[in-house]
Design a protein around this ligand. Structure first.
Ligand SMILES: O=C(O)[C@@H](CO)OP(=O)(O)O
Length: 229
């Protein structure tokens, strides 16, 4: 039996301000730092150790992983960062306040944008300052990989190659893995691992900063999963 731990980053400043975040590189809030510290303490108290960490290229996830590893005195382990673990790209909604957007477009539409796995938020244009193609960290991405908007299906499609090629292969070589990512990139991964239907994943919300443990059999099928308390 193998264990895998998934961790959503601690609360960010824009989670706190109730703004659509996506690929915007906002920092952790003070509460988010505390959540990350607590996650690391919980993992340490339950005797967890890790050989490798995986995270996105966004600082709220990178810092959460760093803080949690520091609590376990594991800052020295290798960490691999990939844009494929980034939050779902929220298109032209990025930066908008969620309550104001509900008042403007209606709560039902906003809920579809947030949770319907097939619904595409309004797209950005390439000349928008928020387009990731302007950023050095995404220069190696192809034009097709650079998103203008993204639904959960598309998030899953870019997360899965990283899951199979990097994360699964680390688990298969008996490395103990900690993945620190985002609400929606983790929802996409959990939908895949748990074979959730679209209705089930629409209802799934992963809390910030709470370690989610997966026990896997030798073929890496899920045996059970639970949050650490
Ligand atoms: O704003 C975002 O990027 C995400 C995660 O905070 O929000 P939501 O939960 O609405 O998909």
């Amino acid at each position: 039996m193998q264990k895998l731990v998934l961790l959503r980053h601690g609360q960010s400043v824009w989670n706190q301000e109730n703004r659509f975040t996506g690929w915007t590189d906002v920092d952790l809030s003070e509460q988010g730092r505390q959540e990350a510290t607590h996650a690391g303490q919980l993992l340490r108290q339950h005797g967890y150790g890790f050989d490798i960490g995986f995270t996105s290229v966004l600082k709220r996830a990178i810092k959460t992983l760093d803080i949690a590893l520091e609590e376990m005195d594991l800052l020295w382990i290798p960490v691999q960062k990939s844009w494929r673990l980034n939050e779902r790209f929220y298109g032209a909604l990025q930066g908008l306040n969620k309550a104001e957007t509900s008042a403007k477009y209606g709560a039902e539409q906003v809920l579809r944008w947030r949770r319907d796995p097939h619904e595409l938020p309004p797209a950005l244009t390439r000349d928008d300052p928020r387009f990731p193609g302007h950023e050095a960290r995404y220069q190696h991405l192809t034009a097709r990989e650079l998103p203008l908007t993204e639904n959960l299906r598309q998030t899953m499609a870019r997360v899965l190659p990283f899951w199979t090629e990097q994360i699964m292969s680390a688990i298969r070589s008996n490395q103990r893995v900690l993945v620190c990512a985002h609400g929606n990139s983790l929802r996409a991964l959990v939908q895949y691992i748990d074979h959730l239907t679209d209705t089930e994943v629409a209802a799934l919300n992963i809390p910030t900063g709470v370690p989610l443990v997966y026990e896997l059999d030798d073929d890496l099928n899920r045996l059970r999963h639970y949050y650490l308390e």
